[in-house]
Structure formats: structure tokens, C-alpha cells
Design a protein around this ligand. Structure first.
Ligand SMILES: NC(=O)C1=CN([C@@H]2O[C@H](COP(=O)(O)OP(=O)(O)OC[C@H]3O[C@@H](n4cnc5c(N)ncnc54)[C@H](OP(=O)(O)O)[C@@H]3O)[C@@H](O)[C@H]2O)C=CC1
Ligand SMILES: CC1=C(/C=C/C(C)=C/C=C/C(C)=C/C=O)C(C)(C)CCC1
Length: 269
């Protein structure tokens, strides 16, 4: 129990409520994204679940509506492996909404077999980084107009093993599914730092996050990881616990001074 308590430490204690606020959470139909969206809805925000599978999203939206009593939980199609889908999502969102206060770039894929996005990017870098990069870029004016607003990029402690190999960005010369994930998670952090630098003074701030080791569907592509996750399932975080660091960065008052920083449960009390 002590190990479990230590590994699942770090709770968002902010009491901030979000009536009138608008949030987008990518990959919100399961895992950490679903729990993040649920908490934002609980606090009164209008929450867009940006999912590639709209049917799955609708089921979750209904569940969140019933649990929170907030009817403003909406599902929109977003496939981060296809820039056409990202552009269509952004176009419809910008036409529909006056504001965007919280963007949580949460969706992610880990250790999938070598494959490419619709636009020819290696899947990890394409979905985890480039897809979110484009999405953020397309929504940036709206975020600025809605300032103070925040962008949270869900990265991972796996970034420590990441390197940006510009000569092999699409994994065509060499591909390792685990390392490809690590590279994409490093890209999330570098993106956060540079975005913070460029947005200084705009009222939009951005943070990257390691959510902890979380019992979710992320391990679906690796038999070994599924086995490790099963073996340690008692010790690792629930998705609800895994959502705490994203929520902390989205909600905590006064965090603007730490614009561009990386937040990780390992360092929290
Ligand atoms: N679980 C963990 O231990 C850790 C997780 N993270 C990060 O946390 C984030 C959330 O992961 P987690 O909840 O654990 O994993 P899950 O696999 O449970 O959730 C991932 C979400 O991303 C979505 N997604 C995947 N590919 C795409 C795509 N092409 N377009 C749109 N959405 C997509 C999935 O949709 P669908 O259900 O349709 O596949 C799903 O909703 C990820 O960024 C991950 O890297 C970081 C460190 C540790
Ligand atoms: C050894 C070990 C663990 C394994 C941790 C691993 C393997 C973490 C991988 C994290 C990843 C892949 C993050 C994704 O972004 C646990 C389960 C904490 C329990 C304590 C001992």
C-alpha cells in the first residue's frame, strides 16, 4: 500500500470552477483523456471530446453527462493521423465556438508497428507531435482571443530516451517502436518550450506533463507492455489519478510564471 500510495501521489487540489469556459481534450474517449474531460465537465466547462471514433466518443459523452449533470459535453471527429481531419475539426470548431480556454493535447499512440499517417509521417511523430502541433497552430488565434488560456501537452517520462534524428525523422532508415514513441514524447516537450517562448505576453501559457504510469489502453500494441502493466496493475495509477497532472496544469491559479515547464508526478509530494 505504501508503494502504491507513493506511485499515485500528486493530486490536483485546485477548487477552480469553469462555468462559461470552453475546453478541448484530444483522445477523450478512454484512459487519461476521458478522466480529464470528466473533471473539466464536473467543474462546469463546455467540453469537446475530440475523438477519432465518434461512436466511442458519444458513449463516453453520455456517461460524463449523466455522472456530472453537465449536458455540454460534445463529441467531434478528430483523427490526428490525417491533417485533413485536423483541419476539418478546427474549421468547424472555429465556426461554432467564440472561445477556447483550455486545450489538452492528450491523445497518443505507443509502440505501434511501423506505419504512416495519411500524409506520410511515421505514426508516433505524426500523431503524438505533428498532429497536435497543427491542431494547436490552427486554434491559436482563438486561444489568444480567449486569454488567459492554456495548452497542456501530455508527454511522458519516456522523453528521457528520446532524440530528434532529423536524418531519420520518419523512421525510414531505422525503426524501433519503443524509441519512436520516446522521440515523439521529447518532441512534445520541445514544442511546449518553444510555444511558451513565442507566446510570451499573449496570455496563452503552455505546459508539458508526464502523467505517471497509468493503467490505460496505451499498451495495446505491445504484448510485453500489456504483461508488465498487468503484473504491476496494483501499483500503477488509475486513469483518474493519471489525469491529475494535466488538470493541475489546466486549472491551478498562478501557474503562468511556470509557462513552458514540464510537470511530473515523480517530483510531487
Ligand atoms: N498510460 C501511461 O502510463 C502513460 C501515458 N502517457 C500519455 O498519456 C496520453 C494518454 O494516454 P492513455 O490514456 O494512457 O492511453 P489510451 O490508449 O488509453 O488513450 C489514448 C487516446 O488517444 C487516442 N488516439 C490514438 N490515436 C489517435 C489518432 N490518430 N487520432 C485521434 N486520437 C487518437 C485514442 O483513441 P482510440 O481509443 O480511438 O484508439 C485514445 O482516445 C498519451 O499521450 C500517452 O502518451 C504518458 C506516460 C505514461
Ligand atoms: C519497473 C516498475 C514499473 C514499470 C514502469 C514502467 C515500465 C514504466 C513505463 C512507462 C511508460 C512506457 C510511459 C509511457 O509514456 C512500475 C509499473 C512503475 C512498478 C514499479 C516497478
Amino acid at each position: 500500500p505504501q508503494i502504491r500510495k507513493m506511485l499515485s501521489s500528486g493530486v490536483c487540489t485546485s477548487t477552480v470552477q469553469l462555468p462559461g469556459k470552453v475546453a478541448v481534450v484530444t483522445g477523450a474517449n478512454t484512459g487519461i483523456g476521458k478522466e480529464t474531460a470528466k473533471e473539466l465537465a464536473q467543474r462546469g466547462a463546455r467540453v469537446y471530446l475530440a475523438c477519432r471514433d465518434v461512436q466511442k466518443g458519444e458513449l463516453v459523452a453520455r456517461e460524463i453527462q449523466i455522472m456530472t449533470g453537465n449536458q455540454q459535453v460534445l463529441v467531434r471527429k478528430l483523427d490526428l493521423a490525417d491533417t485533413k481531419s485536423i483541419r476539418a475539426f478546427a474549421k468547424d470548431f472555429l465556426a461554432e465556438e467564440k472561445h477556447l480556454h483550455i486545450l489538452i493535447n492528450n491523445a497518443g499512440v505507443m509502440m505501434c508497428p511501423y506505419s504512416k499517417t495519411a500524409d506520410g509521417f511515421e505514426m508516433h511523430i505524426g500523431v503524438n507531435h505533428l498532429g497536435h502541433f497543427l491542431l494547436t497552430h490552427l486554434l491559436l488565434e482563438k486561444l489568444k482571443e480567449s486569454a488567459p488560456s492554456r495548452v497542456v501537452n501530455v508527454s511522458s517520462l519516456a522523453h528521457h530516451l528520446g532524440r530528434i534524428h532529423f536524418h531519420n525523422l520518419q523512421g525510414e532508415k531505422f525503426y524501433h517502436a519503443g524509441l519512436a514513441y520516446c522521440h515523439s514524447k521529447l518532441a512534445n516537450i520541445l514544442f511546449t518550450q518553444e510555444l511558451a517562448r513565442r507566446l510570451k505576453g499573449s496570455g496563452v501559457t503552455t505546459y508539458s506533463v508526464h502523467p505517471g504510469t497509468v493503467n490505460s489502453e496505451l499498451v495495446r500494441h505491445s504484448y510485453l507492455m500489456r504483461w508488465i502493466w498487468w503484473l504491476f496493475s496494483f501499483f500503477i495509477k488509475t486513469p483518474q489519478q493519471g489525469a491529475q497532472t494535466s488538470l493541475y496544469c489546466a486549472l491551478t491559479e498562478g501557474l503562468e510564471v511556470l509557462n513552458g515547464n514540464h510537470f511530473s508526478w515523480e517530483y510531487s509530494k
